[in-house]
Design a protein around this ligand. Structure first.
Ligand code: CP3
Length: 343
């Protein structure tokens, strides 16, 4: 059986519009919380293929999405390059040794040396593929080099990005050196994810909006395109989704060899369609907080369907689902996407 999600990524006609949710395997599901409690903490869960596989499949079984997304985190990449990652309860991710100079980046593992250490991810993918129903796709993912670099330089999440932007304007050579090294690791890491069995690639540039539009290509987009070019030259049958969050002013300048453009919730779907809809399939983009209200959800799904008309479209949220969303409302979103598009 073919996979409707993969067909939709390539812009083929499908019987209905497929849907998934960013962060669909996560804390809003009591079943996820139970497995995480057994694992002890979030990183243990990422490192345990059987448990990571179990939580990957939960939203497929419980919520009814059309694609699974590998359960892992973007930050396992710098962790395996040799930075010391921890998740502190209530505070999010932390690196104890952020990059401040050339020697700091030279010390880290690069290329295949780093990518080969992510064996627990490839083992998880193989397990998922044994258990995921044939008609559903498995999405693998990476962070964009820029989004990864923000954590590697700041040492944690940031509201102002002042440490990495200080580097951007006062020592751009060092920032490019970091971005280039991460790009090489990501290319090989995603290639290994494909060899392990993922059906689709998504590149998350969650912190794209931190960069001024004039500098976005130089410090982020071109590295994402380089990764896409590398993968497309070897694996043209694997669709690539680019998700740069919050860059409506860059839509006119978007270029590259990929299949799906992920539209975040701050960008009107009609604008994305006008600028990019003929070149790329569009994914998105309901404001995730609408999930708190079934009425607000139905209204948005109908509006998005009206704009996209069931063509060259994949339903999704415009960013990740939040931990306090009722499971019933997430199911409602999936049902409504299927209803309006004819399932
Ligand atoms: O379901 C899925 O989408 C797959 C799993 C997934 C996670 N992280 C699991 C996770 C994916 C695709 C990611 C990507 C990720 N991780 C991104 C890019 C996507 C985005 O949302 O923009 C970023 C920026 C990160 C870094 C990261 N990981 C942060 C900032 C945090 C803490 C935030 C929080 O919600 O506490 C994480 C932890 C994390 N990654 C959790 C999950 C389910 C929460 C961990 C837990 O408490 O169980």
């Amino acid at each position: 059986m073919g996979k409707i999600f993969v067909d939709a990524c390539f812009g083929k006609e499908t019987p209905y519009t497929p849907v998934w949710m960013m962060r669909q395997a996560g804390r809003y599901l009591p079943e996820y919380m139970a497995v995480r409690a057994k694992a002890g903490n979030f990183l243990n869960l990422c490192h345990n293929p059987a448990q990571a596989c179990e939580v990957t499949l939960q939203p497929v079984d419980i919520v009814g999405v059309d694609a699974a997304i590998l359960f892992s985190d973007i930050l396992v990449i710098p962790d395996e390059m040799g930075m010391d990652l921890s998740f502190i309860k209530g505070e999010g991710p932390k690196f104890s040794d952020p990059i401040t100079c050339d020697a700091d980046i030279d010390r880290l593992l690069g290329g295949d040396e780093a990518a080969s250490k992510l064996t627990y991810v490839f083992d998880t993918i193989k397990l998922i593929k044994e258990q995921l129903s044939e008609d559903k796709a498995l999405i693998g993912f990476t962070g964009a080099p820029w989004t990864l670099a923000t954590y590697m330089i700041e040492g944690q999440g940031t509201k102002t990005y002042n440490v990495c932007k200080k580097m951007m304007y006062s020592n751009p050579e060092l920032l490019h050196k970091i971005l280039a090294k991460v790009t090489e690791v990501v290319k090989l890491y995603m290639e290994k994810q494909i060899q392990a069995g993922i059906d689709v690639v998504q590149i998350f540039d969650s912190w794209a909006a931190a960069i001024e539009t004039e500098k976005y290509d130089e410090f982020s987009w071109k590295y994402m395109v380089e990764i896409a070019d590398y993968l497309k030259s070897k694996y043209p049958h694997v669709p690539i989704i680019m998700f740069p969050k919050g860059i409506p002013a860059f839509l006119d300048k978007v270029y590259g060899n990929f299949d799906v453009f992920g539209v975040d919730w701050s960008t009107p779907m009609a604008l994305a369609k006008e600028k990019l809809g003929s070149k790329y399939v569009l994914q998105g983009n309901m404001e995730p907080c609408r999930l708190y209200s079934k009425e607000a959800t139905t209204q948005a799904v109908e509006e998005i369907q009206e704009v996209m008309g069931g063509k060259r479209h994949i339903f999704n949220l415009g960013h990740g689902i939040l931990p306090d969303v009722p499971v019933e409302n997430a199911k409602h979103f999936i049902r409504e996407c299927h209803r309006v598009s004819g399932k």
